[in-house]
Structure formats: C-alpha cells, structure tokens
Design a protein around this ligand. Sequence first.
Ligand code: KG4
Ligand code: ZN
Length: 346
Amino acid sequence: THALTFLGLESSCDDTAAAVVRVSDTGREVLASVVSGQTELHAPFGGVVPEIAARAHAEKLDLCVEEALAKAGLALSDLDGIAVTAGPGLIGGVMSGVMCAKGLAAGSGLPLIGVNHLAGHALTPRLTDGLDYPYLMLLVSGGHCQFLIASGPENFTRLGGTIDDAPGEAFDKVAKLLALPQPGGPSVEAEARKGDPRAIALPRPLLDRPGCDMSFSGLKTAVLRARDQIIAEHGGLPKARRADLCAAFQASVSDVLAEKSRRALREYLTQAPAHPALAVAGGVAANKAIRGALETVCAEMSVAFLAPPLALCTDNAAMIAYAGIERYQGGGRDGMDLVARPRWPL
Ligand code: KG4
Ligand code: ZN
C-alpha cells in the first residue's frame, strides 16, 4: 500500500481544528495539527453558546486549514483525501465543518470522508502507538465517558458509560462550587495534592451495581452538601478543608473509574486479545491520580496501559484525519450528500 496523506477538520464543540496526517508503510505521522480554542468567547456566558460557536467555527476553519497546510508544507493537490467530523456534537459547528470540507473536496476533486468524533478519539492510540485491534478504550472528557472495545475503524462495542454527567463536567462543577478557576480539572487536581482524601467521606456511585455504567452527578451534589456543612461549622470554607474536599472528590472519581475499568477489562479479556491493552483519551486522562489508578489496575491484570500525549487526548483534527484514512482504507467514501448529525452513537 502506498502512503496516504489526509487533511482533517474538527468543529463539533468549542475547538476549531485542522490537521494533516500521513500514513505509510513506515508509520503514522502528524505533519501539522492546528487547534484554535474559543474559551474567551464563551467565558462571559459560563458555558458554550452554540450560536457563538458555530459562527466562530465558520470564521476560523479556512484559516486553520491554511495554517495546517502551510505547516505541513503541502498544497491541497498533494493530499489524498479530506476527512471531517460529521457528528456527534453541536449541530451548527458540525455543519460549518461539513460545508467547509465539501467546498474543499468539490474544488480539488479529492475524496470526502465523514468521521464520527468519538471514533476519532477511539482510534488515537493507533495513530500514536500503532495499537493492534481489539483494544479497550476509556473515553473520559468534559462531554463523554464510556468504555469501548475497538475491533476496527467502524467496529466498536460499548460496554457502558455515564448515565448522567461526564467526569470532566463534574470536575468543572466542583471547581465552581469551591470558587476555583475553570477549567476545573487542573485546578481541582492542584488543590487535591494539598488535601487528605480520607478527611471527608464521599460516595462511590454505582459501584454496588454490576456492569460498567457510571454516574457522577450525585457525587457533585455530595460535594455541595459537604461544602455547606463545613461552611455552617466554620462560618466559611477554610483553605485546608477545601483541599480535603478536592482530594476526596478526586479519590472518588478515580476509585469509580478504576473499579469500572477492572470490570470492563474482565469482559474484554474474554475475547483473548493477542496484545491486551487499555487506552485512554479525553481531557480527564491528564489527571495524574486517575492515570495512576488506571495504571495500577492494568498492571494487576497484565494489560498494557496507553495514554496518548495530551494534545492528542483532547479535541483535535489529527485524530479525525487519521480515522478518515482508516475508513478510506476500508473502502469508506462519502458524497456531497454527507449530513451533519448532532447525535451519532458509535
Ligand atoms: O477532552 P476535552 O479537552 O474536551 C471535551 O470535553 O471534549 O476535556 C475537557 C475536560 C474538562 O472538563 C476539564 O476540566 C477536564 O477535561 N480536565 C481534567 C484535567 N484536565 C482537564 N479533569 C481532571 N483532571 C485534570 N488534570
Ligand atoms: Zn471530544
């Protein structure tokens, strides 16, 4: 097989991204990856505003594409295809990306490939480490939380996931409750390092139930109650108690993710994979305590543990370009009738 070079576009949430990825006999290479965030645009509103996101994507996509091609030192005519996130996500943003990709494909005559955003995350450990199918994937971000067995570029088995909030969302809400800066993940993790996780008892939701489903919204409510109790006792929230709360919350999330990973691994191992592996993706995978807990579980069960570099764990277009190449290699093609899908389960 000869080398394939794809442009990827991503605009399903609050990052506009374009990337160029090349796959050849000798390996897989990210030639350029450009990500333009919108955090400042949405900050005054305390959350992502879909209309603002869509407009910003429409404005930024062309620039991101130009920058990615320039960084890769390539022209459109050097490429073999164009991959774009076709869902799931905020519909306005996904539509901006799909329209941009259609324009580029129509102008250049290159094949157009629609990619599921979640498949992009799930295939990342193949891009970064050449992981063999089947492997177990834990996707943990601000918007997603699920276990998937990846058996092919379009072949995923979902073993379970959150029934309410994603862990990143819980970290962000806890930060808000404790007056810590956003995004909450890094600030709660930094506070947790100064606290004692055993000082405050928090629940471990759904551990008493079989299976791999998880729940994090009750945990956030438990943090709120514990906070109010401390405030009632002390007439305020002492810094040391706030650190304890962060540590207790983080310990609960990591206990739940570790135990559910153990169960998911047991189910996955019944397939007797040749090279058993658990890979993580998503912003929450940056958390050292959570990473450590998952590493321990994998060591216990003699399974390789993989965490791609953070820039490829969070939303990016390199994963979309790569997933597009795998789909293309498997014969996948889309036409000008490719539609943006707000919901698209794997
Ligand atoms: O994957 P991502 O960049 O975006 C999507 O949600 O798609 O993930 C962002 C989420 C945020 O909720 C953020 O608070 C969380 O990942 N996060 C963390 C850490 N760094 C980022 N959560 C826990 N610990 C961290 N160190
Ligand atoms: Zn994502």
